[in-house]
Write a new protein. Sequence first.
Length: 117
Amino acid sequence: QVQLVESGGGLVQAGGSLRLSCAASGLTFSYYRMGWFRQAPGKEREFVAHISWSANTAYADSVKGRSTISRDNAKNTVYLQIDSLKPEDTAVYYCAAARLANNYDYWGQGTQVTVSS
């Protein structure tokens, strides 16, 4: 079955950086758009970034210019680097896989990112 496993979250001070990873199995990874989403306490889940099978990328305005999404198809892994972290980046970060456009079929269990001020 398909599994998406996120890692790399943790507690970091404002201004710091984190690199999140999402390892995928059970699917033909290179065929999928991979996305990162986040959900802060009391808020709805929101889009952070995605990368297509052809490595086209898109970012939410909230992280644009200080984050980079990338993928390694040989390792079936997608990454999200976020720099200049802010307390408002605190959330559970989820990766997801979409076979068609923004129709996300599979989701990971999430990794907690906490940014202290």
